[in-house]
Design a binder for this molecule. Structure first.
Ligand code: NDP
Length: 291
């Protein structure tokens, strides 16, 4: 099979929940879609909708110039593509597998070595948002390549090009993940604390939502101060945070809930206090963490 340079034709390799949603979005948009997955049965629904299941990775690569990868990580990409590197020449790999910026840079260099061009992507939506413009995906890599393929990328989500360095999309993605995981885990901890005290998650929901939504105001207030290097304790102080977090840890412990999460946060503030910053704002942690 020879490569088809057809703007409405695409190969999707990797059919986890994400890859299946992506292949489905291309089918919905009228694309001719070739798919491949280690566990072939995950392609059944897509094949029923008109996708072509390639018998081999080599065949999947040769079917189209544009190849979307949706894999657990870059290691999975090497595992899958190494045996078929001869078919990489001339391909455009849109790599939507998340990994570290360094892995993305190495992946782009590896692709180039085999004659393929590489765009790194960091998808910021669960599978339910694929096929809409409600959410965005960070992209990085050659700008001309991004612009050439933007139409294909827009079928999946809105696009947010971050620059030529292949690591950038992964970096911006990891920034969001840092915030996402710690915030969502904080909510789950709060939910366990509420539950241990007979308060339902439904009752907690509007209260938790108000607190999380209100975080934007804190960011508005603190961002310019941090950027100006102003950690003055005029509205809040590290010593207050230590006392407050100590109450949280004790309430958690008294409720029979694992206190490891708030204890870790308390430790960060205690460290700042021990370094002599007890009268500074909580924003001093920006520097304490960064060192
Ligand atoms: P999964 O981990 O469920 O899907 C993984 C895919 O990678 C499957 O096709 C799986 O094949 C394949 N795979 C994994 N390891 C190997 C291997 N060693 N050899 C061959 N194939 C392998 O991930 P998702 O579909 O949920 O997500 C895909 C990517 O998108 C991930 O990088 C994820 O971080 C990212 N992402 C996911 C989001 C989500 O909500 N799901 C949100 C934003 C980004 P098989 O089917 O055979 O197991």
């Amino acid at each position: 099979m020879s490569a088809v340079n057809n703007p409405s034709s695409v190969t999707v390799i990797g059919l986890g929940p994400m890859g299946r949603a992506m292949a489905g979005a291309y089918l919905d948009a009228g694309y001719h879609v070739t798919v491949w997955n280690r566990t072939a049965s995950r392609a059944d629904d897509l094949v029923a909708r008109g996708a072509v299941l390639a018998a081999t990775v080599d065949e999947a690569l040769r079917a189209n110039e544009a190849v979307v990868l949706s894999l657990t990580d870059y290691t999975a990409m090497y595992t899958i593509l190494e045996p078929a590197v001869a078919a990489l020449d001339g391909r455009v790999l849109v790599n939507l597998s998340s990994d570290t910026p360094e892995q993305a840079r190495e992946g782009a260099a590896w692709a180039a070595k085999h004659g393929a061009r590489h765009l790194t992507g960091g998808v910021q939506t669960p599978p339910s948002g694929i096929g809409t413009q409600e959410f965005g995906t960070f992209y990085s890599g050659p700008r001309d390549l991004f612009e050439e393929y933007e139409g294909l990328l827009k079928v999946l989500t809105d696009t947010d090009y971050r620059g030529e360095d292949p690591g950038l999309a992964a970096l911006y993605y990891q920034l969001q993940m840092d915030l996402f995981w710690t915030t969502l885990t904080a909510w789950l901890h709060t939910a366990a604390l509420a539950d241990a005290n007979g308060i339902s998650l439904s009752e907690l929901k509007p209260l938790a939502t108000a607190t999380l939504t209100g975080m934007g105001q804190f960011l508005d207030f603190y961002t310019p101060r941090i950027e100006a290097g102003d950690h003055g304790g005029d509205v809040d102080r590290i010593s207050m945070a230590v006392a407050s977090l100590d109450h949280v840890v004790h309430t958690t412990r008294d409720s029979g809930v694992d206190p490891a999460l708030p204890s870790a946060v308390l430790e960060a503030f205690r460290r700042a206090a021990a370094e002599g910053y007890q009268d500074d704002s909580l924003t001093r942690l920006f520097e304490v963490f960064g060192r």
